[in-house]
Design a protein around this ligand. Structure first.
Ligand SMILES: Nc1ncnc2c1ncn2[C@@H]1O[C@H](COP(=O)(O)OP(=O)(O)OP(=O)(O)O)[C@@H](O)[C@H]1O
Length: 273
């Protein structure tokens, strides 16, 4: 197994440089143009873990969808590793809130699907998929179908389905929102542990301030109407992180700061200022 994994780790460490330049997105609603994102600019370093946090409707998912290549910007650019994004590609993996596994395929078949499409040999597929299924505790469920798995297991399968393709950038849209609190926390720790090995860049959308603080190197707190980056908050908490980091004064201080930023924007969006 060591053969591919070591190579992939080395590749991932130098990949995943994301640049958004004056990115704006306008949608048409009831015949009117609505500006959803206005002139977003930021850079994410290879291997960095960032969270997008902000009130409902500020455009968090839209940013992920543009980076994924699912939505075209109205103006501005997205570059991944200096290549302009115009369409989806294997260098970007996506994990959605809904588990989105193919119901007629087993766990193993779901995870190997992308590799198969890309023409990866059967022997290599088996080695990689089994490695990742082991890594997230799903090896013994490799022949189960999605409906036979719990929500947490399905989401673990969705994550490894994205990771097995060694994406430079992993895009995660509220992947743990549907899970109970305990499973959610286990998933956060598992994600950090895998990320610390692979060092892919992660862009993670959440509504949950504690989740954002626990996971990320930086939090892009977004404002609404139109969506924009209000503040990029550096999260300088020691790594590796475990649940007890949430009990530290540094965590509490950051939590309060981010809470105030979000509160201001939520009041603004409700016109209660
Ligand atoms: N395809 C579309 N057509 C028209 N409007 C859209 C489309 N997709 C998103 N929107 C609108 O764009 C705005 C931003 O949506 P987006 O889903 O990106 O926000 P979000 O911050 O992820 O919201 P939430 O936290 O509620 O998931 C919303 O007002 C939404 O209704």
């Amino acid at each position: 197994m060591a053969f591919k994994l070591a190579e992939r780790v080395a590749q991932a460490a130098v990949k995943g440089f994301v640049e958004l330049e004056n990115l704006s997105v306008t949608f048409k609603r009831k015949g009117q143009n609505i500006s959803v994102l206005d002139s977003i600019n930021f850079k994410i370093s290879p291997g960095e873990f960032i969270c997008l946090l902000g009130p409902s409707g500020c455009g968090k998912s839209t940013i992920l969808n543009v980076v994924a290549g699912f939505i075209k910007p109205s103006s501005g650019y997205v570059f991944v590793d200096k290549r302009q994004v115009n369409s989806p590609g294997a260098d970007r993996g996506f994990v959605f809130q809904q588990y989105s596994l193919l119901p007629w395929k087993t766990t193993f078949q779901n995870v190997e699907f992308g590799l198969k499409i890309r023409g990866v040999s059967k022997a290599e597929r088996q080695e990689l998929v089994n490695y990742y299924l082991n890594r997230v505790g799903l090896y013994k469920h490799r022949h189960s179908y999605p409906h036979q798995l719990s929500g947490g297991m399905q989401q673990r399968a969705s994550i490894v389905r994205a990771l097995v393709n060694s994406p430079s950038v992993l895009l995660m849209d509220e992947p743990f929102a549907a899970l109970d609190a305990q499973t959610r926390h286990m998933m956060q720790e598992l994600l950090l542990s895998i990320w610390s090995e692979l060092k892919s860049t992660v862009m993670f959308v959440t509504h949950d301030i504690e989740e954002a603080l626990f996971l990320s190197d930086r939090i892009f707190v977004m404002g609404v109407n139109p969506g924009r980056i209000k503040e990029a908050v550096e999260v300088e908490l020691d790594r590796p992180r475990h649940a007890d980091c949430m009990l530290t004064p540094e965590f509490a201080q950051l939590n309060r700061h981010v809470f105030e930023l979000i509160r201001e924007e939520t009041l603004r969006s409700m016109e209660l200022e």
